[in-house]
Each structure stands twice: as structure tokens, then as C-alpha cells.
Design a protein around this ligand. Structure first.
Ligand SMILES: [Zn+2]
Ligand SMILES: [Zn+2]
Length: 535
């Protein structure tokens, strides 16, 4: 997500989300902290969407809660995918979705915006040019150069040259593959590899890719149809993406080439192609369940060929290899190695990044969309190609780049950050809640409930102790007994003085005593929670 501010007007480009890493226990999604925009909600004129991937549109339902009347601009498919998402959040009715067509400028406040076609791993992706009184800003979106795209839509070289002719004040460009030398191969290359594998497959052909990779899914259906196979699409997110794409005309496949998953058993194995979710080894995905023999429609068996048409996102390698292992155990042939699996990235590699920089010749450059090291590598590429070092800015969340008569410079940072979404809660899981989850998760919990008389300080009931995830049940009884003993001793001491101890002091005392006792006995630190009730 980024915001462009000119006087009293702000436009936002993309509102993506992140999926949690394994350290974020119980978190469903991570969305951007938009406090800065909330404080200026009257100034926010529009949200511009580059394409329909979750890391670009996923946070929109949450952003719209705080900025309800801001119109959203996007291409037909992008808006179609957004509409499906907003329906789930009951926001579809009241949100203003404005369809844009590449090459047709539109005005938002003081900005004149225009979209241009880019190639990416989802159809209908665009980059934006935004004309301001200071000059033209180009936002690349996620992109690559593909001279033979399967949907026939190339990154628009002609438009890029026309944009360059007017001069580019600032280029913001996708850095996902800034570490990778050379060119990203064409999506068509994937088709050639897929055909080779399908030609050798004697039984069922099962493949997995990203649910949103509509061009890839269409390619697979087409190739399967050419080889006399009917395709079943399995997995909720993939079914949703392809349904929306089909309704909007972005997923035209041969008539009769798709079958319902329930039909799989009725067809001979060599006439079946299955495309499923689970390319990242997600434990609840369709492929993971198939690999465990736990799927309603598909039990993987000997003779099946399973093809990973994707690469693991860093961090998911282990989950993916586990799935591959399980598939082999069931007797399937699995195509998964980097040099044999049919997959190409949707992002530009170094030579393409250089080409874009050379075409546009921007005065200023900001690498976007990547880990910090990728941003640095991309900025260095730009400097190598002639962008002045003092005009290439590596920025992180919250950084502000200010343009005025004197040029561009980094300004004071603004409030930014990550907000955790857990179930219905947005932002209520704070760092301290997360610390507690970790503590409970690593050494368990030790809960002490005690009722004391408000007047006399005498114990009325308890202590009752419950423990989970700490030690096996048979060892717990002894530790519970020992803890009770120490609590009783502690209370006696606390009450020998003239004054009754404060409840909070008692609570701290019990916490300290029991924690150190348990550590002494077990060398573990469960979360000790004393609950004191005054009666
Ligand atoms: Zn993308
Ligand atoms: Zn992206």
C-alpha cells in the first residue's frame, strides 16, 4: 500500500495483506495500519488497484471499514475479484467500484491517472501513470515482460515509450526478483513443459498452482483438453477465482473440458486432469488432504502423476516437501524439482528491470514490493543505469518522500505498521497478546484460582489449580500439591503483619513463588496465572 498526497488530496495505490508467518500464532491475516489515512479520511479521494492478487487487494474490506466512501478504481477482472471479496464482508452494495480501461485517462482530485497493460501471473494487471503538477509518477504494479503471453496481453511498450517522451519524475517498480539475473521466462514456456509431462503420464494428471493464476489454470485446461483429458478444479479459492474470471470472460476454455470433482471416479484415469489448491503445502488445502488420503473426491494412488506448477514461497519449503513426501508414499510420480517443474515467475528479473529503467529514464527512483535486500539491489541497478544516487530512495513502511521546488528528499516518518486480524478481531491481538500466546505455546499454562475473605484475608476456597500443556498429567499432581503448599506458606507469612496484604501484592507474590518453584522442579517456565477472588 502506498499513498500519494498533493495539498489536501490523497490517492492510495493497492491495499494488500500479508499472510502470517509461523511466529504469528493464531493470526489469520496481517493488514496495514492506516492510522495516517484515518486521520485524513476527508482527503482520501480514491483507491487505485493494480491487480487482483491478495497482496494488493486483500486488505480492502478492512480499509473500507475506516474509509467507507472512498471509490475503488480497477480493471474489469480486478473489480470482479474485489466484488466477490466485498460480498463476503457485506460491503459490496455500498462500495463504489469504478472500472478503468487502460489508455483512457481519469481524473481524481488534482491527479490525472491512466493505466497501462502489464504482464503478470493474473490477467488484467496494470501499472499506473499519475500526472501531478510536479511531473509524472509511474507505479509499475507487479509486472514482467513476456513477449508471448498466453492471454495475448503484453506489457505495453508503446505506452511506456510515450510516457517516457513526456519525462518521468518518479518510477516506483516491483523488486520481487531484483536478485535474479537474466530474464524471467515466458508463461508459454510452462505450457511446453506441461505438455511434455502430460505426454508421459499414463494415469491421472494432478497439478497444483496458485489459486489466482488464471492464465496458468487456463493453459492447463487447454492442454489437457488437447490430450483428451477433462479437468476438475478443486479447492474453494481456485473455484472462486476461476468462476469470477469465467463470468467476466477471462477464462474461456473449450466446451465440455471441465467436469465436477464428483465425476472424477466415472472417467478412465487417462482422461482426467485435476487442478488443485495447495501449491504451498498449506495443511488444510485440497492437495495436502489428497496427500494424506483424506480428500472427499480424490485419493492419490499409484499411476498418478502429480505436478507442482509453482515454487514454494520462502518459508513454505518444509510444508511443500512434506506434501511431496506424502504423495510419493502413496505411490504417485511427483514432478517437483526446480529444474523440472513447470513454473515461471510473474515478476521481472534484472534484465527486464533494467529495460524498464532504460525506457522510462526516471529522474527519481523508488524500488517497491520486496524484502529490504531486494529493494537495495534494485536501487543499485537503477544507479548503475544512470539514476543519480541521491535520487534513488530505499524506503520502508512509514517513510515519506517529499517533492517540492527544491527536489525530492526523505521527510519525517508517519505512523505505520502491521495490524493482526484474528477471527472477527482486527487489531486486538497486540504484541503482548502474542507474547502470551508464545509463552502458553512453549511451556503451557498453570492456572491458580483462590478465594479469600475480604475482611480477614483468610482463604475461603482453593487454591484450585489447572494446568495444560506443561507436564504429563501423571507428573502434574505432585507439582500441584507442591505449589499449594508454597502458596499456603506464602499466605501465612503475608498475614502475620498488622496489615492485610493488598490483593495485587498477593497475586504477585503467588506468581513469583509458584514460578520459581516450578522452574526449580522442571526447568520450564509455564505461564503462571493466579486468579484471586475477594468474597
Ligand atoms: Zn501480483
Ligand atoms: Zn504482489
Amino acid at each position: 500500500m502506498m499513498a500519494l498526497e498533493l495539498g489536501d488530496d490523497i490517492i492510495v495505490i493497492d491495499t494488500g495483506l500479508m499472510f502470517p508467518d509461523e511466529e504469528m500464532l493464531g493470526i489469520d491475516l496481517v493488514i496495514p495500519d492506516i492510522t495516517y489515512l484515518k486521520e485524513r479520511r476527508r482527503s482520501v479521494r480514491a483507491i487505485l488497484m493494480t491487480h487482483g492478487h491478495e497482496d494488493h487487494v486483500g486488505a480492502l474490506p478492512y480499509v473500507l471499514r475506516d474509509l467507507p466512501d472512498v471509490p475503488v478504481y480497477g480493471t474489469k477482472l480486478t473489480l470482479g475479484l474485489i466484488r466477490t471479496k466485498l460480498k463476503e464482508h457485506r460491503l459490496a452494495e455500498r462500495t463504489k467500484l469504478l472500472e478503468i480501461v487502460t489508455g483512457r485517462p481519469f481524473t481524481v482530485g488534482p491527479f490525472e491517472a491512466n493505466a497501462y497493460d502489464v504482464c503478470h501471473s493474473i490477467p488484467d494487471a496494470v501499472g499506473f501513470t499519475i500526472d501531478t503538477s510536479y511531473g509524472t509518477i509511474v507505479h509499475s504494479g507487479d509486472w514482467k515482460f513476456d513477449h508471448t503471453p498466453v492471454d495475448g496481453r503484453q506489457t505495453d511498450f508503446a505506452r511506456l515509450s510515450a510516457i517516457a517522451a513526456k519525462g518521468v519524475l518518479l518510477l516506483l517498480s516491483d523488486s520481487t526478483r531484483a536478485e535474479t539475473a537474466g530474464y524471467t521466462p515466458s508463461e508459454r514456456h510452462v505450457g511446453e513443459i506441461l505438455e511434455g509431462i502430460m505426454a508421459r503420464a499414463s494415469g491421472r494428471f494432478i497439478t497444483t498452482t496458485f489459486a489466482s493464476n488464471i492464465s496458468r489454470i487456463k493453459q492447463i485446461v487447454d492442454i489437457a483438453a488437447a490430450w483428451g483429458r477433462k479437468t476438475a478444479i478443486i479447492g474453494r479459492s481456485m473455484e472462486n477465482y476461476t468462476r469470477t474470471a469465467r463470468e467476466l470472460g477471462y477464462f474461456d476454455v473449450p466446451a465440455g473440458s471441465l467436469v465436477h470433482p464428483g465425476e472424477i471416479g466415472k472417467l478412465p484415469d487417462d482422461q482426467i486432469c485435476i487442478i488443485t489448491t495447495g501449491s504451498q503445502g498449506e495443511p488444510t488445502s485440497a492437495l495436502s488432504r489428497m496427500a494424506l488420503g483424506d480428500h472427499r473426491h480424490v485419493a492419490v494412488k499409484e499411476g498418478d502423476t502429480v505436478v507442482m506448477s509453482s515454487s514454494p514461497i520462502p518459508g513454505n519449503e518444509e510444508l511443500v516437501t512434506r506434501t511431496v513426501d506424502n504423495l510419493f508414499k502413496l505411490g504417485a510420480e511427483v514432478v517437483y524439482e526446480p529444474h523440472t517443474r513447470p513454473h515461471v515467475s510473474g515478476h521481472a528479473s534484472q534484465e527486464e528491470l533494467k529495460l524498464l529503467l532504460n525506457i522510462l529514464r526516471p529522474m527519481h527512483f523508488v524500488p517497491i514490493h520486496g524484502e529490504y535486500r531486494m529493494l537495495v539491489r534494485h536501487a543499485r541497478l537503477a544507479i548503475d543505469l544512470g539514476v543519480a544516487p541521491e535520487r534513488a530512495f530505499v524506503m520502508t513502511n512509514g517513510d515519506v518522500l517529499r517533492f517540492d521546488e527544491k527536489g525530492a528528499r526523505l521527510d519525517a516518518r508517519v505512523h505505520s505498521g502491521q495490524v493482526y486480524v484474528d477471527g472477527l478481531g482486527v487489531g486486538d491481538v497486540t504484541q503482548s497478546v502474542m507474547r502470551d500466546r508464545w509463552s502458553i505455546g512453549s511451556d503451557g499454562i498453570f492456572l491458580i484460582v483462590l478465594s479469600i475473605d475480604r475482611q480477614t484475608g483468610q482463604v475461603v476456597a482453593g487454591p484450585d489449580i489447572v494446568t495444560k500443556g506443561f507436564v504429563p498429567e501423571e507428573d502434574a499432581a505432585d507439582l500441584i500439591e507442591g505449589s499449594k503448599q508454597r502458596i499456603a506458606d506464602g499466605l501465612r507469612q503475608a498475614q502475620t503483619g498488622e496489615h492485610l496484604a493488598e490483593v495485587s501484592a498477593l497475586r504477585d507474590e503467588i506468581h513469583a513463588t509458584v514460578s520459581s518453584y516450578l522452574y526449580e522442579r522442571t526447568k520450564r517456565r509455564p505461564m503462571v496465572i493466579p486468579v484471586l477472588m475477594q468474597l
